[in-house]
Design a protein around this ligand. Sequence first.
Ligand SMILES: [Zn+2]
Ligand SMILES: [Zn+2]
Length: 651
Amino acid sequence: MTAMSQPLRSNCSHLKDHNISSTRFSTSLASLFKTWSDQPLVRHSLNHNPTTLNSPQPHHQQNQTKLISYTQTRKESLLSLIKSCTHKPHLLQIHAHIVGSSLILDSTVCFQFLSLISLSPPLKNLTYSRQFFDQIPKPNAIHYNTMIRAYSMSDFPEEGIYMYRDLRRRGLGGNPLTLSFVIKCCVRVKNLLGGIQVQARIVRDGHQSDSRLLTTLMDLYSICGKDDDACKLFDEIPHRDTVAWNVLISCCLHNSRSRDALGLFDIMQSETYRCQPDDVTCLLMLQACANLNALEFGERVHKYIEEHGYIGASKLCNSLITMYSRCGCLDNAYEVFKGMQGKNVVSWSAMIIGLAVNGYGREAIEAFREMQRTGVLPDEQTFTGVLSACSHCGLVDEAMNIFDRMSKEFGVVPNVHHYGCLVDLLGRAGRLDQAYQLIMSMDIKPDSKIWRTLLGACKIHNHDTLGERVFGHLMELKAQEAGDYVLLMNIYSSAGNWEKLAEVRKFLKEKAIQTTPGCSTIILKGTVHEFLVDDVSHPRKDEIYKMLDEINSQLKIAGYVADVSSELHNMGDEEKGYALSYHSEKLAIAFGVLATPPGTTIRVAKNLRTCVDCHNFAMILSGVYNRKIIVRDRTRFHHFWEGSCSCNGYW
Ligand SMILES: [Zn+2]
Ligand SMILES: [Zn+2]
């Protein structure tokens, strides 16, 4: 080896760890390295042999040609070694020879080696890559690109942005690829400002019609909540491929526009755009369907997945299970689960959570046991599912036992969701003080959701003093939402504490706090019908209200008494006059009865917790009209059938 390799080698900790000379060389490496050490080519090419100076020209040229071809062969052998390298000791030997020879000056060799150590598993190591990069005497844009790309996929994306700045400082131009990788880094850290600077560069360098670049930039705008800017960029993309459409769809999903996301599925395939959805599009669509309770649409996407041969992808199957469960269609979820090859922990968890939220607690616990029998190890998500299953069945002891085994046996540290399930469970069982003590004893900081769960339990059990205390904790977290005030008012109202109720109402009025309006949706033949309280905007409003009158008189015969005074949905209720008020889910259900043939299941999604009166209404209606009604409210599912509900009256 040449003398110059010594200081370089000692700079590199990876090389220091391995005694190169004592490492046994593989046969191919050994023969190659032997040739190199026998022929110190650096000296050859730099210092001409004095004898050749006097030699006639043809001989000298011959030597030159020989040298060039020899260098070329040596480089090619090394490149093929880099390509086939899979072991760390070999890697370190190659590294030593690159830095110890003239090949450190060769941009292709450096690029290949850098790609190997920064991008290709299993030898990928970013710290090591950075050390090698720093050894390259004159890195070019391609070397920078490799590093920025590696950072964009790593846990240190901001490093990629620093590298990009360094590249610019060195006066290297960079190319569209550089820009695309640096935007990806910006996406990872949500650095909008950085992205805007890169956009200016895109325009300056004349790349504004580069579809890929614009698509990546669109992703950044979407992630940073600038959906209008993202849409504007989409319009500017000259060739909108599936990736661009997918970014637009996920932009809608990020910004709670699931309905728009669904619409894009057909638009992208229309005559005008002729763009085929791919597996990623399907994943996004399933997510939108799950958000909207859009079962029919979900079934269409399922069919598309089967027709296009994506059904083998476990990610898609897992999403199908989640979509069907979230649409309250457990049979279909189970069908997909049953047909899956190689069920992983995500698949099992999706199924267990699906069973649990739909009220099939015992089946969920059985699935959990089956999962362990098949040798799949449960993770955090699985435990959230199985604990909430216990909660739905009121299995306090079983839950405590599982909670105990969770960390001891499976090494899963309980998170706030796991504690949330226990609080829900204790709340259901009326053990409110124990639930409160559990929250206070947690190692982790309680979040607003867990306090809200307990607040809900205080409402069910008319516990106004604890309710007040819990509300205090929510205020401490500055997390109290308008809905929590409504819950507190309901607690006071159930406990008959009218004085306090009036106080809260006055406070809300003074502060002009607005409650989220209740909104229910029902999807018929692919169209989403949305209802607010006392909504009169639906084109079939007259028929709907007529149907509601008819339902009310039918239900009265069956013993239904409108219970509108026991619960408030928002602060305006009192002023509006209870008797005339129709909550959004009643309107949606009435529309379902009106617009679908007898016996059809009615599926409604509601953004808030459903009230006692609407719950009774749906329960009795399911018996009288012989209809299955599935209502997904803010936290759980209610499967109404034959006059009862799967939640057993707890929600
Ligand atoms: Zn209601
Ligand atoms: Zn229910």
